[in-house]
Design a protein around this ligand. Structure first.
Ligand code: ATP
Length: 314
């Protein structure tokens, strides 16, 4: 039976600005996204029966049709029904490294890897943009996870423009195991607290009046200026998530005090990262962090920027 194993990279947001809300219920965003080398391992394997099976080694991740990896396979199957009939069903095995519900797009990255893996397994010959269009039907972060690297994402996050990759940037990522943030809660709370800073236009679109400038971050990335990237880190979700999660707020303050190029919460949190100029510096920061916060439920990882989102291993 044929199988493919792929690495699905986590993403961090170097910049996340909620610029408005849309009549379709989504928010209008400007984000700078970056793939990092904290990866789940995804194997797609042909099986003799016409079904989709999911196995996952993480207790908090459902191994049923609610798993985003399952949804990705079901979507491909519905679009290309002949492929499964000819080549059989698929068993998807997920080996988790990316913390769950952490703002690191773990589920989205798994779905992206399944799209890429099934394209190979079922000989579909899809282009990257066709895979991204499929991904956009399942979640706003999935198109980025398919291509990965460094990109500016607009719209609800699905409109992507690649940015030059920043090599040699490393980071420390930390998250309390006991802390979770639901992304829908984060949007709802942000809207409740900051919705009155939006103005409504004739088409019902609401835009925030005072906009943060994403241009500075894009210029810093384009110049591959790691120091400027660290200086222009920005995440609108910090305002509400850190207030509701004092433990994560204290984690961010501790990480920022350790040095490094800059510290930010990723996505809707609660994971927090600090950028570092080298692998040695990232490891040193991680050691300092473990010493400063010896709590047994604090997960600490070191990683580096990656130029792609999904990588074929075998
Ligand atoms: P995002 O940053 O895209 O909002 P996240 O990193 O905060 O996502 P995930 O790790 O993707 O969060 O998990 C969010 C929820 O999705 C969890 O409650 C989890 O049970 C569910 N889920 C479904 N499929 C997966 C998957 N393959 N991997 C991880 N979580 C999954």
């Amino acid at each position: 039976m044929r199988s493919y194993t792929l690495l699905a990279a986590a993403k961090i947001n170097l910049y996340l600005e909620i610029v408005g809300s849309r009549p379709d219920g989504f928010h209008e965003l400007i984000m700078v996204m970056q793939s990092v080398s904290l990866c789940d391992r995804i194997t797609v394997r042909s099986i003799g029966v016409d079904e989709i099976r999911v196995r996952c080694d993480h207790p908090l991740v459902p191994a049923d049709e609610t798993n985003l990896a399952y949804k990705a396979a079901a979507l491909v199957m519905s679009q290309y029904p002949g492929a499964m009939a000819k080549l059989g069903g698929v068993e998807i095995t997920i080996e988790k490294q990316i913390p769950v519900g952490a703002g690191l797009a773990g589920g989205s990255s798994n779905a992206a890897a399944v799209l890429v893996g099934l394209d190979l397994l079922w000989n579909l010959g899809l282009t990257q943009s066709e895979l991204q269009e499929l991904g956009a039907e399942l979640g706003s972060d999935i198109p980025f996870c398919v291509s990965g690297g460094t990109a500016i994402a607009t719209g609800r996050g699905e409109q992507l423009d690649a940015l030059p990759g920043i090599d040699n940037l490393h980071l420390v990522i930390a998250k309390y195991e006991s802390e979770f943030v639901s992304t829908p809660w984060a949007y709802k709370t942000y809207r409740a607290e900051y919705g009155d800073t939006y103005v409504t236009d004739a088409k019902g679109w609401q835009e925030r009046q005072a906009q943060v400038r994403s241009g500075e971050m894009v210029r810093a990335v384009a110049r591959r200026d790691a120091i400027a990237v660290g200086q222009h880190l920005c995440n609108d979700f910090e305002k509400i998530v850190l207030e509701a999660h004092p433990k994560t707020a204290a984690l961010k303050a501790t990480m920022a005090d350790l040095g490094g190029l800059g510290t930010l919460m990723s996505g809707s949190g609660p994971s927090v990262f600090t950028l570092a100029g080298s692998e040695a510096e990232a490891k040193e920061l991680a050691t300092k962090l473990r010493t400063a916060l010896p709590d047994s439920d604090l997960g600490v990882w070191t990683a580096q920027f990656l130029p792609s989102g999904v990588q074929l291993v075998s």
